[in-house]
Design a protein around this ligand. Structure first.
Ligand code: PAF
Length: 278
């Protein structure tokens, strides 16, 4: 596996790779959920590249940038074991050189849910992702359904700007007890992890009710709310049932598909999860 620290060395190595080339971009803190994306890219593409960059621009001032559980040598070793051909692991000043003043904003869909709670977060994501796509020029880029809104925001950006890249969505990977894998699970104590199981339980209850015929958006949201409220360590940030594509909040009856998503704090740790109904 080649590791490039500059755009020049990355592009030189990139030029030797056979197409189609699949990209797995990551902040680091790589876990089995990430590696499922790498494995899917490995199965579907002749070459796999990755970017490893803990992007400060997508973290708010009071968020966890300083303690984010990324470890470069462990992350590189995981990528190598899973057959990645080439990694761009740039220093921060390569991505944000002095005088960098561009901001990519996807209107509407970026402003709801996570965007509303974490102002500037999606601008940080779309600005760096566009830059990384321009540097790495993949044929396909792989993103997890776990970050459902991020996936939709990036799809919208790629569509709006006619980038010649296929965005591939990969299913959320869960522990056997239902907890969605996340780098931030590393912050949870045993007691907090037990409380966090109510996220997937609540979503599952609503999904079961949907399958049994429940279509009332408020009742579906309330099933999740009741499950979360039963856990004293959990503070609800939002529970949303929204149009699958636009993420506009739904009222009344749900026709077709809906994205049921939530964000909570388990004491200090903020977690998100989601399921698509229908
Ligand atoms: O999902 C992530 O790990 C990050 O948001 C991404 C897409 C690598 C951009 O920094």
């Amino acid at each position: 596996m080649d590791i490039a620290r500059t755009i020049g060395t990355f592009r030189e190595a990139r030029a030797t790779l056979l197409p189609p080339v699949g990209l797995f971009p990551t902040l680091g803190g790589i876990h089995a959920g990430h590696l499922a994306l790498v494995d899917q890219a490995r199965d579907e593409c002749a070459s796999v590249i990755s970017t490893l960059f803990l992007n400060p621009a997508q973290f708010g001032e009071d968020e966890d940038l300083d303690r984010y559980p990324a470890n470069e040598s462990e992350d590189l070793s995981s990528l190598e074991k899973h057959g990645v051909d080439l990694v761009l692991a740039p220093p921060s000043n390569l991505i944000y050189p002095k005088g960098f003043s561009t901001n990519v904003h996807v209107r509407g869909i970026s402003d709801r849910l996570e965007g509303d709670r974490r102002p500037g977060h999606f601008d940080g994501v779309t600005t760096v992702v566009l830059k990384l796509l321009n540097i790495t020029t993949p044929d396909r880029a792989y993103f997890g359904e776990k970050d459902a809104q991020q996936l939709r925001v990036i799809r919208r950006m790629v569509r709006d700007l006619d980038l010649p890249i296929e965005i591939v969505a990969c299913a959320t990977v869960r522990d056997p007890d239902g907890l969605a894998l996340s780098s931030r699970n590393a912050y949870l104590s045993a007691e907090e992890r037990t409380a966090a199981l109510s996220l997937s339980r609540g979503l599952q209850l609503a999904n079961d009710a949907f399958i049994a015929g429940e279509r009332d958006a408020n009742r579906l949201r309330n099933l999740v709310r009741l499950e979360l409220e039963a856990e004293s360590l959990i503070q609800i940030d939002y529970i949303s049932l929204a149009d699958e594509e636009t993420l506009n909040e739904l009222d009344g009856e749900l026709f077709g598909k809906g994205l049921l998503s939530l964000a909570v704090h388990v004491r200090e740790t903020r977690l998100i999860d989601n399921v698509t109904l229908g």
